[in-house]
Design a protein around this ligand. Structure first.
Ligand code: NAD
Ligand code: TYD
Length: 348
């Protein structure tokens, strides 16, 4: 297959590109805007590989740009869309880019896929839209299946839910071949250091405090990035058109436990853990059923213990990567989000 991978220079997208190229004879064009969260560096190892590199092409561009998307799609058999603004805390500060990429960008992709399907009905391209468990909102008990109501509670989750609904509407109205994956909280190498796991690992490595929101008893279902990428590859090949599939990690933990694992793995004292003011509208728990994807033969392979050990080792060995990923705006960002919180923090 000739794949167009939008957002392929980010965390999960670059992992997908590497694993898909290694596991198939596909060729891939990555379309990525290279926001603060994306980096060519994430594709460098693949580009340098004699077997994988020749089958990868990088194009810097925006999924909201209909001309670029249309011309790339004319030469693609399928699109996998990872492109999004992805950090809940940033969506609370300003949601504009989240809506632009999450709604307008997804619409541009859908229109391009629809036109390509009209132009070549016998080889209509498929769009896999990479979404999130956060569209279901907080799940106090039990677990959301794919038909559960969408109750997004952050601007990030609302933008993702809007993208999902547009995809499903195009499937019903235009017969567009769309598939939606809703993945759990993902962790692993090359995740931008603003997210919980890499933030806590990098802060611990530097001996800086770990800011735990609220009581730290919020629950997330943790999924290792290789497993997430492989689930998306399976859906690309095997999912039913118009299908929605949850991708679960199978390892639900409270944030406090995640912090403890990181402190132990980095050999740091529990004194680094600080209780700080909570995130507004903080979702208490995410949980999904995974039967639909399991019926396609998928199961997660990497345990939380193994995945975290690997992730901590990667951040320890790749200090230069995360120092560059923080970028020139990091100090301001950190001060805005955590300055006051840490000044008023208490031992956790
Ligand atoms: P990320 O922030 O690491 O990567 C996003 C990538 O998209 C970056 O490379 C960025 O440059 C690119 N991008 C952003 N706006 C763009 C635009 N308008 N045009 C082209 N490229 C653009 O994110 P991630 O963690 O790899 O997440 C990838 C996808 O998976 C997202 O859609 C996210 O909602 C979803 N997801 C993430 C998680 C998680 O825990 N990280 C869990 C479930 C689902
Ligand atoms: P995050 O990695 O931002 O993912 P999401 O909010 O999309 O689930 O956060 C994971 C959990 O960790 C969430 O409950 C918020 C919490 N958290 C903290 O306690 N402190 C932090 O500094 C961050 C970034 C997150």
């Amino acid at each position: 297959m000739r794949l167009l991978v939008a957002g392929g220079a980010g965390f999960i997208g670059s992992t997908f590109v590497a694993r898909r190229l290694a596991a198939s004879a596909d060729s891939i064009v990555v379309l990525d805007k290279l926001t603060y969260a994306g980096s060519r560096e994430n594709l460098a190892e693949i580009e340098a590989d004699a077997n994988l590199g020749p089958r990868l092409r990088f194009v810097q561009g925006d999924i909201c740009d209909a001309d670029i998307v249309g011309s790339l799609l004319a030469e693609a058999d399928a699109v996998v869309n990872f492109a999004a603004e992805t950090h809940v805390d940033r969506s609370i500060a300003a949601a504009d880019d989240f809506l632009r990429t999450g709604v307008t960008g997804v619409h541009v992709l859908l229109e391009a896929v629809r036109r390509a399907a009209e132009a070549r009905p016998d080889a209509a391209p498929r769009l896999v839209q990479v979404s999130t468990d956060e569209v279901y909102g907080t799940i106090e008990s039990g677990a959301a299946d794919e038909d559960a109501p969408l109750r997004p509670r952050s601007p990030y989750a609302a933008a993702k839910a809007a993208g999902d609904l547009l995809c499903l509407a195009y499937h019903v109205t235009h017969g567009t071949d769309v598939v939606i994956s809703r993945g759990a909280n993902t962790y692993g190498p090359r995740q931008h250091p603003e997210k919980l796991v890499p933030l806590f690992i990098t802060n611990a490595l530097e001996g800086e405090p770990l800011p735990l929101y609220g009581d730290g008893r919020q629950r997330r279902d943790w999924l290792f990035v290789d497993d997430h990428a492989d689930a998306i590859a399976l859906l690309l090949d095997r999912a039913a058109p118009g299908g929605v599939y949850n991708v679960t990690g199978g390892d639900e933990r409270i944030n406090r436990d995640v912090a403890d694992v990181i402190l132990a793995a980095t050999g740091r004292s529990a004194d680094l853990l600080r209780s700080v003011a909570d995130r507004p509208g903080h979702d208490r728990r995410y949980a999904m059923t995974g039967d639909r994807l399991a019926a396609l033969g998928w199961q997660s392979r990497v345990t939380f213990a193994d995945g975290m050990a690997h992730t901590v080792a990667w951040y320890s060995a790749n200090r230069a990567w995360w120092q560059r990923a923080r970028g020139p705006g990091w100090a301001d960002y950190y001060e805005r989000l955590y300055g006051r919180r840490l000044a008023e923090s208490t031992p956790a």
